[in-house]
Design a binder for this molecule. Structure first.
Ligand code: PLP
Length: 396
């Protein structure tokens, strides 16, 4: 048998061992971790809706009517009118003609990609796409070509050399870098080479664009430009689940073919009702998004002044580039000692040599919270040994 214990030991030696922190109480910036209060800058609850009383109330009110369990898959007897109303709500919210509700974003990507491309087809995938996209590509059995991050010319050259059915898939906002995909340019080349464009907007929905309608609407694009958008509901929306939105011919096709939609139990219908309430709230949350933008500006200015290397991001994802795995862990631990929780992100989540601290901001943070983080980072400046080098030297 394979020596699993030795592999675990190797991971520890390489600074790649991962462990789970035990959180109690609701998700919010003031997080109780292992019984101790920490100010957290690492959740994806960008609008502070994970613990919003209005959404919790909507869930509570839906329970007596809808019951708790999903009980069956959508195609057997699990497709509840609460799910159906959410799909209509999601289509309207994203300005698309139809939507399909999935249990998680991971399952949506696996199901959508493997249903829409297969053996003999070609999928083009941005190098920094999320793990669930990578796995969806593998599951599809199509030929997979990865293009340089955000490089539309490289993609175009690859498309020009390929015949047959082509699918292009990209994150809307890249989850570990925070930058936004060049969707308009991608839409243009996809149209020119008859490729189906799929955008995973897990980190754009709720945050970017007018009323938080996501990165596709933010870039002035419609369903004609970007046929399919995938979104998750456990991040800015603050509940759970995911969706894909686009023309009925594609969502109908997915009902027939997406195995992660067909062969799984429907989500609790009351949760769908709570998600509708959250979407109402998101449309009325321009103040939350404006507050978020103010904090992003404040954080970027402050961290830069301290000599930290940031990435080219205007979103609430504001990674601090470190490089070395141990250095990233040490910086994270030093912050934690000051009551600040910012997790280190290491390979294989990010490329080798690009370990970082993934700072995320939420509308539930205050400007004072951001200042506390900056003060913490200020006192950890020694972790950056050469201020003019992009990466700190390796920790002893
Ligand atoms: C989080 C994430 C997913 C997975 O969504 P879940 O609903 O958490 O399973 C998919 N794609 C991207 C880009 C993500 O960041």
């Amino acid at each position: 048998m394979r020596d699993f214990a030795a592999e675990l030991e190797q991971r520890k030696q390489a600074g790649l061992y991962r462990s789970r922190r035990l959180v109690s109480g609701p998700q919010q910036p003031e997080l109780t971790v292992g019984g101790r209060p920490l100010l957290s800058f690492c959740s994806n609850d960008y609008l502070g809706l994970a613990n919003h009383p209005g959404n919790i109330d909507a869930l509570r009110q839906a329970l007596p009517d809808a019951g708790l369990g999903g009980a069956a898959s959508h195609l057997i007897c699990g497709h509840h009118d609460a799910h159906h109303r959410l799909e209509e709500r999601l289509a309207a919210f994203t300005q698309r003609s139809s939507a399909l509700f999935f249990s998680t974003g991971y399952m949506a990507n696996m199901g959508v990609i493997s249903a829409l491309a297969g053996r003999g087809d070609t999928i083009f995938s941005d190098r920094l796409n999320h793990a669930s996209i990578i796995d969806g590509c593998i599951l599809s059995r199509a030929t997979v070509k990865r293009y340089r991050h955000g490089d539309v010319s490289a993609l175009e050259a690859m498309l020009a050399k390929t015949t047959g059915h082509k699918l292009v898939v990209t994150d809307g906002v890249f989850s570990m870098d925070g930058d936004v995909a060049p969707l308009r340019e991608l839409a243009t080349v996809c149209r020119a080479y008859d490729a189906l464009l799929v955008v995973d907007d897990a980190h754009g929905i709720g945050v970017l664009g007018p009323e938080g309608r996501g990165s596709v609407v933010a870039q002035g694009l419609s369903e004609d430009d970007v046929p399919l958008v995938i979104g998750t509901l456990g991040k800015a929306v603050g509940t759970s689940g995911a969706f894909v939105a686009g023309p009925p011919v594609l969502t109908d096709y997915l009902v027939q073919k997406a195995r992660t939609y067909i062969y799984t139990t429907a989500m609790p219908p009351a949760l769908a009702a709570a998600t509708c309430a959250s979407l109402d709230l998101i449309e009325r949350s321009n103040d939350r998004r404006a507050h978020l933008d103010r904090m992003i500006d404040r954080f970027r200015a402050g961290a830069r002044q301290l000599g930290y290397q940031l990435m080219d991001s205007v979103t609430p994802i504001q990674p601090i580039m470190v490089g070395d795995n141990w250095a990233a862990l040490a910086l994270s631990e030093a912050l934690e000692a000051q009551g600040l929780l910012v997790t280190a992100i290491r390979p294989p989540t990010v490329p080798e040599g690009e370990a970082r601290l993934r700072v995320t901001l939420s509308a539930a943070h205050t400007l004072e919270d951001v200042d506390r983080l900056l003060a913490g980072l200020g006192s950890c400046r020694s972790f950056i040994t050469a201020m003019d080098s992009p990466y700190p030297e390796q920790m002893a």
